[in-house]
Ligand binder design. Structure first.
Ligand code: F6P
Length: 323
């Protein structure tokens, strides 16, 4: 094992840079060269390789986004694209590939491994925290802080004007970001796709809370299927006469900003361990964290199972937040 390549793919996540830094420096410690591939799988297909020295990753541990840039590659979904990627890895004498990304990126790594038997290791990076087999994904804690900060600010207006605010947070098809930021920000209601609530049920519940309390914060996970934000706010306004409803879509501010300390630590640990696992001959595995210990899980399993929501946390929020 002399040369390892690393790429970041899909949505950027704060802490990716801490992870890249750990990979480069751990590899250097073991006399292995690290090549960074720019623009994810697209860069792999376009042969965008560059040698990384330990000093190249200096002063990056705190920076959000990814110094390697990222992309969602359509070409890598094709056999032809993956064959080109393999040729580039071989021509650059790369022995193994580390993929930092979410569900889609790990799915790409799995297909690539199965097709070409090329050694790959995945590291979960997504603000959605929806990857099975790891308690946390890199980026989640930072996004949670950003969301909570935004909700705290909106709450000032909600309380002053006695308004109902519906705040949309990211998370794709999952409600992990919604639940954890919702409970920490004391949201009166958290709507997540996992609960499959009907619009009627939700409006009824809000009407009930509104009898006691005029300012209400509702966290709305973007994957909720019961209707759009607009539809929900209209229904509330129709049902609750004189109600003052506002909506706010937090959008991409959730993905950016300085990496939280826990993401820097997680990135450093998973990056460091990924090199050790590769040297032990592990392949097509994801390095994750469970009960503060690093674990290995097959990428196939990580992408095929749905990570359940922390129901206990959700239930606690239901009990304590409706006042
Ligand atoms: O997976 C991370 C994520 O931010 C999701 O929460 C969101 O649905 C999606 O990416 C947005 O993707 P894009 O930045 O490509 O619009």
């Amino acid at each position: 094992m002399k040369k390892i390549a690393v790429l970041t793919s899909g949505g950027d996540a704060p802490g990716m840079n801490a992870c890249i830094r750990a990979i480069v420096r751990t590899a250097n410690h073991k006399n292995i060269k690290i090549y960074g591939i720019q623009y994810g799988y697209s860069g792999l297909i376009k042969n965008n390789f560059m040698l990384f020295t330990p000093s190249d990753v200096g002063n990056t541990i705190h920076i959000g986004g990814t110094i390697l840039k990222t992309a969602r590659s359509e070409k890598f979904r094709t056999k032809e694209g993956r064959l080109k990627a393999l040729k580039n890895l071989k021509n650059n004498n790369i022995d193994a590939l580390i993929v930092l990304g979410g569900d889609g990126s790990l799915t790409g790594a799995n297909v690539f491994y199965k097709e070409h038997n090329f050694p790959v290791i995945g590291i979960p990076c997504t603000i959605d925290n929806d990857i099975y087999g790891t308690d946390y994904s890199i980026g989640f804690s930072s996004a949670r802080e950003t969301v909570i900060d935004a909700i705290d600010k909106i709450r000032d207006t909600a309380a002053s004007h006695e308004r109902i605010f519906i705040i949309e947070v990211m998370g794709r098809e999952s409600g992990h970001l919604a639940v954890e930021s919702g409970i920490a920000a004391g949201a009166e209601m958290i709507l997540i796709p996992e609960n499959n609530n009907s619009l009627n049920e939700v409006v009824k519940k809000i009407t009930h809370i509104n009898k006691e309390k005029k300012s209400i914060i509702i966290i709305y996970a973007e994957g909720c299927k019961f209707g759009s934000l607009k539809k929900l706010s209209k229904s509330i306004q129709n049902k609750i006469k004189g109600s003052n409803v506002r909506t706010s879509v937090l959008g991409h501010i959730q993905r950016g900003g300085t990496a939280a300390p826990s993401d820097r630590i997680l990135g450093s640990v998973l990056g460091n361990q990924s090199i050790d696992y590769i040297l032990n001959g592990e392949t097509n595995k994801m390095v994750g964290i469970e009960n503060k210990k690093t674990i290995l899980i097959s990428i196939e399993k990580a992408i095929s199972k749905k990570k359940p929501i922390d129901k206990n946390l959700y239930d606690i929020s239901e009990i304590i937040s409706n006042y």
